[in-house]
Design a protein around this ligand. Structure first.
Ligand code: ADP
Ligand code: MG
Length: 694
């Protein structure tokens, strides 16, 4: 590797490249577009496009693509080469401002949730200048938003950018009340990515992993993660060389990959970047997932991003660290030194508290997927119930504000917000509560319900919007106040009292919390099928429309896409499982039975008893009967799944209530058989091989 600072960002058309390659005027117009959302005229766009093309071709690129994030949750690209005929039979390399700003991919191959039926089939992509263009595999990638001709968002980036704008607008109203000046407030995100690494050859022997990303069958290995020895173990040589190359690839693209370590489960790892502005962090996370998969292949490994690849082993999440930052880089979730700054900080904390309480359902919905259902509420992941953890110090401060009691015992003083300086509270001291789905971790909130394979777009869009809404309500009230300080104190006290039910400092994995949460009236939607219908609750539709983030039509389209993909996913899993049982497992068990029966017969001829063989044959053949019955039950359940002309909501409930239990029942028997049947005959590599032989 050449030196890192030189390598870093060498494949990104970043700030320094722009400064170096653009004429002054074009550079400042582009800067203005990036920082303040200013307009870009065609002349400037032409200059920028040309500079991008020159830069990219010098680095060996031959094509460009509008890189976008359709509602499939992954990224899409359609490559065009730079060539243009030049009349003498040859070509020149061209890239115009028009091609940079707008593209017209055929939208019909991407899910639109019915949006396309009412609008034109073609969609268009529009350049997002805030996220740097980059070169990947010889292609200049332009980050873009993807919309229908009617302007409906067909992607995850458009609503995200709209929510960033809504948040900026409302946050600035709040800051103004405290005399804090700034041009722009942005959400920041740090996305910690968990994943599994397995041997590629072993992976290729498992249909379930290939088709569904998770093992549908598999008996627990004799050693699971009970010894907790993986986390601190040294990184295996193959994995470490994978990580080294992964880091280099990411650094080249300007992704701030920072920490890497083993995770709790065997074969599980994590990569955490340094946080950045939310939409850039999300683009980078999408790239990270793509490159993880690619680099793993080069090392004869496979990267599993599924939320729950292995039953009985920890699943993978993506922690979404969220905070607010001014354009001067001041983190608004960091307590300040003056009474004004502290009052502002406390008000913002209260706004987040209220937002999370008012819209618990939305946060749950933002992480709803078939894969994540297997993880949430398991004993290693936050429950499906949303709650906030504040940490001892902040909790004590809020408690004292609420009750008007003395906070600082040394000085015997009770706190008046906006007048007194907050007693300094140490950051990051508490033994952080790892079981909380939404934890304040000193200067940011960490949302831990997101699944590893999911785009962080929806959750960030939702968090931005619900906080924008609370800011709006607070600003409406405080802007009218005659005595600002006294109104502020009342507002903060009221908010704490009204919303403290959302605060939970105990063990979120404990069963008693489910009961306690029900008593507090918190919502609990264990599955995707339970929570998705609430996306269209009137209060949610009103919220998103008010802030211009999603129209009702866009929201409905999204719900339908989510429901449909949930049903499709379960249906695929059921079909794969049936095929594995019928074509591979049943024949293997029969062969094993035959070996046993032959042995028993042979031994009988020479008058030797076969007690063990007979007993084993009895157990195996009993289980095979059960397997067959359960297989039939699953076949019947799966036959009930219809994906066309049906009510998607009831179909999702059907999948959840009929298909999944049938799969579970079938799996139990298959896993018992795996423990009895000869390893040489069993058609699939075991959990032990997958998890321990990298
Ligand atoms: P842990 O694993 O203990 O949760 P890490 O330090 O591994 O903590 O990850 C914390 C993540 O939070 C990192 O990605 C970090 O960049 C990010 N982060 C730190 N400050 C902010 C902030 N102000 N806004 C968003 N993310 C942040
Ligand atoms: Mg974390």
């Amino acid at each position: 590797m050449t030196n890192l600072p030189e390598l870093f960002g060498c494949m990104a058309f970043n700030e320094s490249v722009m400064r170096e390659r653009l004429p002054k005027g074009a550079y400042s117009t582009l800067k203005n577009a990036i920082e303040k959302g200013g307009r870009m005229d065609l002349t400037t766009a032409n200059i920028v496009a040309n500079a991008m093309k020159d830069w990219a071709t010098e680095k060996g690129a031959t094509h460009y693509t509008h890189w976008f994030q359709p509602l499939t949750g992954i990224t899409a690209e359609k490559h065009d080469s730079f060539i243009a005929p030049c009349g003498d039979g040859g070509v020149i390399m061209e890239f115009s401002g028009k091609e940079l700003i707008k593209g017209e991919p055929d939208a019909s191959s991407f899910p639109s949730g019915g949006l396309r039926a009412t609008f034109e089939a073609r969609g268009y992509t529009a350049w997002d200048p805030t996220s740097y263009a980059f070169i990947k595999d010889g292609v200049l990638c332009i980050p873009t938003a993807f919309c229908s001709y009617g302007g409906e968002a067909l992607d995850t980036k458009t609503p995200l950018l709209r929510s960033m704008e809504a948040l900026n607008l409302q946050a600035k109203r709040i800051l103004k009340l405290f005399g804090t000046e700034c041009e722009r407030v942005s959400a920041t995100a740090g996305l910690e990515q968990e994943y599994f690494i397995v041997d590629r050859n072993t992976y290729n022997q498992r249909k379930d992993l290939i088709y569904t990303g998770r093992t549908l069958l598999g008996a627990r290995p004799p050693k699971g993660q009970e010894m907790d020895d993986h986390y601190f173990g040294s990184i295996k040589i193959r994995v470490s060389s994978f990580m080294k190359e992964l880091n280099e690839e990411l650094w080249k693209l300007g992704v701030l990959a920072k920490t890497e370590h083993n995770e709790a489960a065997p074969a599980q790892h994590e990569l955490a970047p340094i946080f950045s502005t939310a939409n850039i962090a999300i683009d980078h996370n999408q790239l990270t997932m793509e490159i993880m998969r690619k680099v793993a292949k080069r090392h004869d490994l496979t990267c599993l991003l599924h939320e729950k690849p292995f039953e009985g082993v920890n699943g993978s999440g993506k922690h979404n660290n969220w905070a607010l930052s001014t354009d001067d880089g001041v983190n608004l979730l960091e307590p300040g030194d003056t009474p004004e700054e502290n009052a502002q900080f406390l008000l913002i904390i209260c706004a987040v508290l209220k937002a999370v309480d008012d819209y618990q359902d939305l946060l749950r919905i933002s992480v709803a997927s078939c894969g994540n259902d297997h993880r949430l509420g398991g004993d290693e992941a936050p429950p499906a119930i949303v709650s906030v953890y504040l940490g001892d110090e902040l909790q004590a401060i809020l408690d004292s504000i609420k009750s008007g009691t003395v906070y600082d015992r040394a000085e015997k003083k009770s706190l008046t917000v906006g007048v007194d300086v907050l007693p300094p509270f140490p950051r990051d001291t508490t033994d952080r509560n790892r079981t909380s789905p939404f934890a304040f971790t000193g200067n940011k909130f960490e949302f831990r319900m997101l699944g590893s394979s999911m785009s962080a777009s929806a959750s960030t869009t939702f968090i931005n919007t619900i906080v924008a809404e609370t800011f709006r309500q607070f600003a409406d009230r405080l802007e009218k106040a005659e005595d600002f300080t006294s109104e502020l104190n009342t507002l903060i006290r009221e908010t704490i009292t009204e919303h403290e039910r959302i605060i939970f400092n105990g063990n979120g994995y404990d069963e008693s919390w489910t009961k306690e949460a029900a008593k507090r009236g918190l919502s609990n939607y264990p599955s995707t099928a339970d929570c998705l219908p609430h996306l269209m609750d009137e209060k949610n539709v009103r919220l998103f429309e008010r802030h211009g983030v999603y129209s009702e039509t866009e929201l409905r389209a999204r719900r339908d896409i989510l429901l449909e993909s949930y049903c499709k996913q379960i249906n695929i899993e059921a079909q794969v499982m049936l095929e594995m049982i019928h074509r591979d497992i049943v024949p293997a068990v029969i062969s094993f039975e035959k070996t046993l029966a032959d042995t028993i017969n042979a031994k009988a001829q020479i008058k030797i008893e076969s007690k063990a063989e007979t007993k084993l044959l009895g157990s195996v053949s009993g289980l095979l009967e059960q397997l067959y019955d359960n297989c039939q039950a699953l076949e019947e359940a799966a036959a009930g799944v219809k994906l066309k002309n049906c009510d998607l909501q009831s179909m999702a409930v059907y999948c959840h209530e009929s298909v999944i239990p049938a799969m579970n029942a079938l799996r139990v028997v298959a896993d018992k058989l795996e423990c009895l049947v000869s390893k040489d005959l069993w058609p699939y590599p075991s959990y032990g091989r997958l998890l321990y032989r990298v």
